[in-house]
Ligand binder design. Structure first.
Ligand code: GDP
Ligand code: IMO
Ligand code: MG
Length: 430
């Protein structure tokens, strides 16, 4: 048995999609276990580019099983759209290789409305959400009123639950200027999407555990990043799910002690979309260079990603929170043309020094990074496939990241394509 969790160690967009797509060649099954279509994962395969939000990144390999676990919040209309997009490109999604857990909560249209209206009302205090209804859908889940995928098979249950949810949302929406929820129309639409997705809805927890008994390899694909975790992220500027590795167990029904390795995806610098603290953010010409060279535009919302230097205490903390067994360092090629490169090794607030990223947002908002500077390598690393081709100075940068994050790098990504990768160690193995 060899089961691997892939998670982002920063604020998302670390390149998880590329690495999951690459490693799914070694997996039998790929499972999404949290988040929803707030995720945006770009995969480049030859001259083809795939942008996925909801389907696991392994889905484009047709000999693999792709799974949406119970920890995800699922917009069924968005799912059908994504399936349709892949079908039109010749990638067939059928029920013998795509499964959705029967206890996955649904995102409904009024979740999205509420998300957008709240952000609008918050003005300067907004979170900068993706506006996909993620937060409100998780609220209904923990409020024990969510409509779940399995309910779609029972019209009476859908009617009963819709009524309860509508009553609750009528109160939440009061004063926000939302249009009324048309319960009957929504019921009819849900029955229609239900017909299309019911064949995928299965007891995922059971099927995954049966696979484990048969020694199949399962790859758990995290979305977002550890700094967007509802508990350990820069609260309240976070998403509404647990994004750390422990969520793979809760969000799929596979016990934590059945999962042996955790690969932490780390960008060679830092990016963030949306509001909230980011100590190493650069608003100068270097920030603009990283943004342009790294093509740092959000996949889901098209927003510019904020860019900055690598933040080592932040990644070290993520490695501990997730039990990261090795790192995949992505986008090293983006730094190729820089004369000098900085790494944040700690923080300062006035005279006080911090070696760890503080949990409190009021503190993390005030952090000034303490930097170490190293020489750039001024040589192209684009597309390198072997570690001994890597310039000595780039290797020194990678080594410093390993030391500061107290974790070894097993994969170096040198471009968006599958083959633009240096595999140092197999991340499935400890
Ligand atoms: P995810 O959300 O973690 O899956 O990451 P995204 O797909 O949102 O963003 C990562 C972007 O960087 C995508 O456009 C990838 O194609 C691209 N990418 C991934 N790895 C590399 C790399 O090593 N070098 C470069 N230049 N681009 C990369
Ligand atoms: P991937 O999987 C980057 C951010 C949003 C916002 C906050 C809350 O591509 O790494 P939400 O819509 O989840 O309520 O928004 O979280 N966010 C992401 N940032 N990558 C993502 O996913 C993100 N998913 C959510 O920008 O700041
Ligand atoms: Mg992304």
């Amino acid at each position: 048995m060899s089961n691997l969790i892939v998670i982002g160690t920063q604020w998302g967009d670390e390149g998880k999609g590329k690495i999951v797509d690459l490693l799914s060649s070694k997996a039998d099954t790929i499972v999404r276990f949290q988040g929803g279509h707030n995720a945006g994962h770009t995969l480049v395969v030859g001259d083809q580019v795939f942008k996925l939000s909801l389907l696991p990144s392994g889905v484009i390999r047709e000999d693999k099983i792709a799974v949406i676990g119970n920890g995800v919040v699922l917009d069924p209309w968005k799912l059908l759209e994504e399936i349709e997009q892949l079908n039109s490109r010749g990638i067939k999604i059928c029920s013998d290789r795509f499964l959705i857990s029967e206890n996955t909560p649904l995102i409904l249209p009024f979740h999205k409305d509420l998300d957008l209206l709240r952000e609008q009302k918050a003005g300067k205090e907004k979170i900068g959400t993706t506006g996909r209804g993620i937060g409100p859908a998780y609220e209904d889940k923990v409020g024990r009123r969510a409509l779940r995928t399995g309910d779609l098979k029972d019209p009476n249950q859908v009617k009963r639950k819709l009524n309860i949810i509508k009553d609750h949302h009528d109160i939440l929406r009061a004063g926000l200027g939302a249009t009324d929820i048309d319960e009957e129309q929504l019921f009819d639409e849900l029955m229609m999407v239900g017909k299309k997705i019911n064949t995928f809805i299965k007891p995922v927890w059971k099927i995954l555990n049966e696979q484990i008994k048969k020694n199949k390899n399962i790859l758990f694909e995290g979305a977002q990043g550890s700094m967007l975790d509802i508990d350990f992220g820069t609260y309240p500027f976070v998403t509404s799910s647990s994004t750390i590795a422990a969520a793979a167990a809760i969000g799929s029904g596979v016990a934590h002690n059945k999962i042996n390795t955790v690969l932490g995806i780390t960008k060679a610098y830092t990016t963030r979309v949306g509001e909230g603290p980011m100590p190493t953010e650069l608003t100068d010409s270097i920030g603009r260079y990283l943004s342009e060279e790294g093509n740092e535009k959000g996949t889901v919302t098209g927003r510019d990603r904020r860019c900055g230097w690598f933040d080592a205490p932040l990644v070290r903390r993520s490695c501990l929170l997730n039990g990261v067994t090795s790192l995949a360092l992505t986008k090293i090629d983006v730094l190729d043309k820089l004369e000098k490169i900085k790494i944040c090794v700690g923080y300062r607030i006035e005279k006080e020094e911090y070696t760890d990223f503080p949990v409190s947002t009021s503190l993390s908002n005030k952090l000034s990074p303490i930097y170490e500077e190293i020489d750039g390598w001024n040589t192209s690393t684009v597309g390198l496939e072997k570690i001994d081709q890597m310039p000595i100075k780039a290797r020194a940068y990678i080594q410093r990241i390993e030391e500061l994050s107290e974790t070894k790098v097993s994969i170096i990504s040198t471009g968006p394509e599958r083959n633009q990768t240096i595999l140092i160690n197999d991340p499935f193995q400890l």
